[in-house]
Design a protein around this ligand. Structure first.
Ligand SMILES: Nc1ncnc2c1ncn2[C@@H]1O[C@H](COP(=O)(O)OP(=O)(O)OP(=O)(O)O)[C@@H](O)[C@H]1O
Ligand SMILES: O=P(O)(O)OC[C@H]1O[C@H](OP(=O)(O)O)[C@H](O)[C@@H]1O
Length: 196
């Protein structure tokens, strides 16, 4: 992790939760809702995953390119999971400092590093019941059966605590969880533009 200047103006909303819970789907639902909002940014992560893998739209790089970028300070935070490397571009910090609300697909394991890099963040934990996770990952078909089993058994902090945490259950309909997430984003935008 590389330290970046603490962002003061806007907020970083970090979306975390188990694989298959629907982080990308909930973010996608909100991105469509906020499509006309220039003050809300959905962060494009840099990942060593092929761009045609499906799911999240990301900047796809090779492992060597990722290492170069990391060494050149391209990332505010980077981490590894599932045999992949993930990076949050450093320039996001400037956009938040200018007052934007940025939303990023984070990582439970990397949350301490993300908090340390960005200061005051809001954390949205997207959850779903374990049988639902297994069914969704199998139906999504992005990973092999072996990879899916590894994802389902990944050990991460059970409880993500903090005043900055909101849990959103997405075991049911996407639009229900999506609307709850939209309300969370709007609360953070309102904090900035209309302080109480
Ligand atoms: N509420 C829902 N109802 C039905 N299917 C859903 C719902 N939410 C997400 N899905 C489906 O479940 C699968 C997993 O969702 P998604 O990729 O958004 O999860 P994720 O948390 O981002 O997972 P990962 O961490 O593995 O990337 C996708 O195929 C998606 O279409
Ligand atoms: O298990 P934890 O630490 O929460 O997350 C690890 C990684 O898995 C997910 O990525 P993806 O499913 O490959 O897109 C998360 O977004 C994160 O980058």
């Amino acid at each position: 992790m590389t330290a970046v200047e603490k962002a003061r103006g806007g907020t970083l909303i970090v979306v975390v939760g188990p694989s298959g819970a629907g982080k990308d789907s909930v973010m996608g639902f909100a991105a469509r809702h906020f499509a006309q909002r220039p003050d809300i940014l959905f962060v494009r992560r840099v990942i060593t995953r092929p761009s045609d893998a499906g799911g999240e739209v990301h900047e796809s790089v090779s492992a060597a390119e990722f290492d170069d970028m990391r060494q050149n300070g391209a990332f505010a935070v980077s981490w590894q999971a599932h045999g992949l490397s993930y990076g949050i571009p450093r320039e996001i910090a400037e956009k938040i400092a200018s007052g934007m609300t940025a939303i990023v697909n984070g990582s439970r394991a990397a949350l301490p590093a993300i908090r340390a890099a960005f200061g005051d963040v809001a954390v949205a934990v997207i959850t779903a019941d374990p049988p639902v996770l297994a069914k969704r990952l199998a139906e999504r078909g992005r990973e092999s059966e072996e990879d899916i089993l590894r994802r389902l058994s990944r050990q991460t902090p059970d409880v993500i605590a903090g005043n900055d945490v909101t849990v959103i259950d997405n075991s049911g309909r996407l639009d229900i969880a999506g609307r709850r997430f939209i309300a969370l984003v709007e609360r953070h935008c309102a904090d900035i533009h209309h302080p109480a």
